[in-house]
Design a protein around this ligand. Sequence first.
Ligand SMILES: [Zn+2]
Ligand SMILES: [Zn+2]
Length: 314
Amino acid sequence: MSAESDPAVSVRFWGVRGSIPSPGPETTHYGANTSCLELRADNQILILDAGCGLRPLGLKLEEEFGANGFEATLLITHTHWDHIQGLPFCASAYRDSNRIRILTPPGRRAQILAALENQMQPMHFPVRFGALSAITALEELPAAGKSIGHVRIAATDLNHPEGCGGYRLDVDGVSVAFLPDHEPYHSSTLRDAASAGAKAAEKRLAAFIHRCDLLILDTQYDEAEYPMRRGWGHGCVADSVALAIAGEVRELVLFHHDPSHSDAKLAQILARAEELIREAGSSLLVRAAREGDEICLSPAPPSGTAGPVALSCS
Ligand SMILES: [Zn+2]
Ligand SMILES: [Zn+2]
């Protein structure tokens, strides 16, 4: 993004669904592919999660770069299928001309490597993990985070069965947080919530996302569904809005849509989020993640007071 008119960051959604792909006539608007985002910043390609949205992203990268190849960093949040199942089907990952570095949350390298190898065992898939010749490294993010060019990457633990890493990326005055699988601490029965103390854990998470321009957050359920899914590791709309307001973020993106939710149901959940924000008297912006959408973010001009500018590029 070298030209002055280019946004500092663009985020494109390739997979927005949780748990399992959900194709059909009732999901054509928001999309059916599982977790995968493409983030472009500082002339770099960052990929968040390798759900089945990675397959069409891989094809698009092939089309864009062809035989010249590309370099990308793939940040994986955790090992559940909906976050890794696209990698064996990513054509770009089999080409020597491409270079893909995988980053894992701190302390999770061995777990993620084992899962990536296991899902390509012969009983599951005919090609082994080692055939992904574009993968040049699989590294753990240091606990203190690290910078890749201008992009500062930090991670935090989320409240999810077997754990999940949430990421925050700060670049050139713009910040994006990606918390794809997370259950609110205060109402969860998960072990981490009880041991850490729900209030302290929520405070820590609000600090992690503080003043992000974009918070992409697990909002799998509505308020009627959540009590029946307590302990499953996912969030509901009221808690997502509350966390975004507590963190003073600019825009909340409802993510990890339940596979049983139709486009009409997702529109209802989005309307409920808007209602909750109005009731709270907050200026928080909100949208539901939709496959194919791209959000461009630029820092505010020096004299501006309104914060970074978010534009829907498509
Ligand atoms: Zn998931
Ligand atoms: Zn998960």
